[in-house]
Design a protein. Structure first.
Length: 408
């Protein structure tokens, strides 16, 4: 049985399949949590209330998806799914009424397994639960990409629980009754003296229809999102947000953007030269994109996080979500964070220089495949053209790299 980590994908070559959800301790898991499967269309939304399969509704209308509560198992006949179903999300939530403050921290572990109908194990996804304060999770999803069904290990959590999860899938939950103003105390609401809070980051276009990739933390909590290049301005909406891998896919209200190209085949190499293009410090350094250079200094992130690579090109706040480019101008990572030098100085007395992290491009491929967005890729970096000048790469990137402006 193959074990997957968050963000990993695997083709499904058998049918039907059985997906089981389990947790430890078992009694706590069964008493406090409820599992479900959500049948989704291409846009990632639910279009029929009968497309939610759970204990209260243990089968789809055509019985292509059925649920057994006692074993928390979903039997899915992929060949019998309605044509309009492009994805199936496997979800887990805290049961309503089990006690205020109950989160996934009551468990020691959660796991998702995939088997064939005879019980032969195929895939296994154990979720790390350290500091899990959420009350709803997208555990995993099945998605159809170019005629092939695939399984993706997701692990995306929602601290706001079932209402946030429902909104993510386009469902509206009944709104709670309003709280009397005098009962909310002096900290009422989210009003700020200066009006809505503005924050910004960077993104880059991956498809000419206006699909833009960035970090989830860049757009988290945004009420309005604007994308800018030196030649364009557009409004954007969130298509998919993956908090676990800190990735988000946006879509602009205009099309025709030039697109970035990912590097396929051999991935980032230790010591190779890299280029960062982005909009640091919210425009304080100028209204155009800023370019810095460095090299790949490690193929793993802090705490041996294999989802990340480390690089030395200087970055600032606002670079998050921008592309990390190789010597041919192809994307090998998504800039995500930098080391907290003040904290390290407090711990060691030393001030580290240019220790920055990027999410590996392979995780972005998985997200794009999951939502059905095609992307460009060099099939073999060894066969790619000779390395280009930084000036040439920067001139090309200025049209597909956007400043992401958000209003809270």
């Amino acid at each position: 049985m193959r074990e997957l980590q968050m963000g990993h994908n695997c083709p499904i070559d058998t049918n039907p399949i059985v997906i089981a959800v389990a947790g430890e301790p078992h009694d706590e898991f069964m008493a406090r949590l409820q599992a479900g499967a959500v049948m989704l269309s291409d846009d990632g939304k639910v279009h029929d209330e009968n497309d939610l399969i759970c204990a209260d509704q243990p089968g789809s209308k055509d019985q292509s998806v059925t649920f057994t509560e006692a074993s928390r198992q979903f039997r899915i006949d992929l060949d019998s799914l309605p044509e309009g179903v492009a994805r199936i999300a496997i979800i887990l939530t805290v049961k309503p009424g089990v006690g205020t403050g109950t989160t996934f921290t009551v468990l020691g572990g959660i796991r998702v397994s995939v088997a064939d109908e005879q019980g032969q194990g195929l895939l296994f996804f154990p979720l790390p639960l350290a500091s899990r304060g959420e009350t709803a999770l997208i555990l995993a999803e099945l998605y159809r990409h170019r005629g092939q069904w695939k399984f993706r290990a997701v692990g995306q959590g929602f601290t706001a629980g079932l209402p946030a999860l429902a909104a993510h899938f386009g469902l509206r939950m009944p709104e709670p009754p309003p709280v009397p103003e005098q009962a909310t105390g002096p900290g009422r609401g989210h009003e700020r003296p200066g009006g809505p809070t503005a924050f910004s980051g960077t993104g880059f276009c991956v498809h000419p229809d206006g699909f833009v990739l960035t970090n989830q933390h860049v757009i988290d909590g945004a009420r309005e999102i604007i994308g800018r290049t030196p030649r364009h301005r557009c409004r954007m909406e969130v298509v998919f947000a993956d908090a676990t891998n800190d990735l988000a896919l946006l879509r602009a209200d205009s099309t025709g953007f030039p697109t970035a190209v990912f590097r396929g085949g051999r991935q980032a190499q230790l010591g190779e030269n890299v280029i960062v293009v982005g909009y640091p410090l919210g425009g304080l350094l100028g209204s155009g994109p800023q370019v810095t250079t460095g090299n790949v200094s490690s193929l793993i992130g802090a705490g041996d996080d294999t989802r990340l690579l480390q690089f030395t090109a200087p970055t600032q706040a606002g670079n998050s979500g921008g592309p990390l480019l190789d010597g041919n101008g192809a994307v090998i990572g998504i800039v995500s964070s930098k080391l907290n030098v003040l904290r390290i100085h407090e711990m060691t007395g030393d001030i580290p220089q240019n220790v920055n992290f990027a999410i590996k491009a392979s995780l972005a491929w998985g997200l794009l495949e999951a939502v059905g967005v095609d992307y460009q890729q060099f099939a073999d970096p060894v066969a790619s053209p000779a390395p280009r000048t930084v000036a040439a790469i920067a001139n090309e990137a200025r049209d597909f790299v956007l400043k992401i402006e958000c209003q809270e």
